[in-house]
Unconditional design. Structure first.
Length: 340
């Protein structure tokens, strides 16, 4: 068993930082694009054979130290009855947005094996195929981030409907977030039962809230998820655009904080303290640069992260136009490093 990633998550001594890449299964790989030609994105997510294959591609092609489940963070909301679909060039949409507590009553409680069994089958297939070569990371969106899509009906530039709700009826919104949290905890627990060995919680849009409002609106449902996950696996929390939230995140009951590229890792560590393992945080745009630039910036990131537990990654998902050779160079540069 290659447990380098898991040992790093537990802040144990490691010979080097492990490395993986957010969105490492994706359009930058020709092999992924070839599979996408067989069907649309949701069909890919719902077909365990195909979803397992694209989950495994970065292990073979890029050499990362962990696999992450190929799925979409919005699948649980679809299982609740919100009607997920994708518009080419625009992204996800919901047929039935929820913009009040009354409308939220139409959402159904989910049974992960019944309603999202294809995800669990993908986890089982990947776990069997990996056979301990690297760990598998499961994931979900945080209730707040799921709500940004559910309430707006899809991506948004200003989140006006959700923010209006958060001011006009914060208690009602918190109850809806709590309902989503219940389903998310079940979903993540089922991933662990199926074979996931670590979990990452994506708060992609937590950064739109001030620290005070994030603590009041988003944190309670996040804690509900964390406290109700069944299974003893490391938890990673990622928030995009959330450097201002780090003083609050210091006490979050997770082992790993994944940091975006907007703050150096040593500065983040000074805020959150030595007990948290940090993940990240190379600017994804750096992989579009020259070989020399990629190596230099990767080494600088490793130096900034060297003051404590560190898992090397990007500060956001890999960009679709990235050359796979550049991704491999990033991974290889980390692998050739030594912690001493």
């Amino acid at each position: 068993m290659n447990d380098l990633f898991l040992r790093a998550c537990r802040n144990e001594a490691v010979e080097r930082p492990p490395v993986w890449i957010m969105r490492q299964a994706g359009r930058y790989l020709a092999e992924y694009r070839a599979i996408r030609e067989r069907g649309d994105f949701l069909t890919l997510c719902r077909t365990p054979e195909l979803a397992a294959e694209v989950t495994l591609q970065p292990i073979r092609l890029i050499g990362v130290d962990a696999a992450i489940l190929f799925a979409d963070i919005l699948l649980p909301l679809d299982a609740m009855g919100a009607g997920l679909y994708f518009v080419k060039g625009e992204g996800p949409r919901f047929e039935r947005p929820v913009r009040s507590e009354q409308e939220a009553k139409s959402l159904a409680e989910i049974d992960p094996e019944r309603d999202l069994g294809y995800v669990m089958e993908t986890v089982r297939r990947v776990s069997k195929e990996l056979a301990g070569s690297v760990p598998l990371i499961g994931f979900a969106g945080t209730p707040w981030t799921l709500a940004t899509y559910l309430v707006e009906g899809g991506p948004s530039k200003n989140y006006a409907n959700l923010l209006a709700w958060s001011y006009s009826d914060p208690d009602g919104l918190r109850r809806v977030l709590s309902f989503v949290a219940k389903g998310s905890a079940r979903y993540l627990s089922a991933q662990v039962a199926a074979g996931a060995q670590a979990l990452q919680l994506f708060d992609s849009w937590g950064g739109i809230l001030s620290a005070e409002r994030w603590r009041e609106i988003a944190l309670p449902s996040l804690l509900q998820v964390i406290e109700n996950i069944e299974g003893d696996v490391p938890l990673i929390f990622y928030v995009n655009g959330g450097s201002h939230l780090l003083p609050v995140l210091r006490d979050l009951p997770v082992q790993v904080l994944s940091v975006d590229w907007r703050i150096p890792l040593d500065q983040a560590r000074a805020i959150v303290g030595p007990d948290k393992v940090l993940q990240g945080n190379l600017d994804p745009g750096a992989l579009l640069g020259s070989k020399e630039e990629i190596v230099s910036r990767t080494k600088a990131m490793l130096a900034a992260g060297a003051g404590g537990g560190h898992i090397a990654n990007l500060g956001h998902g890999i960009l679709p136009m990235t050359n796979p050779d550049s991704a491999r160079l990033f991974v290889d540069t980390v692998k050739n490093s030594a912690t001493g």
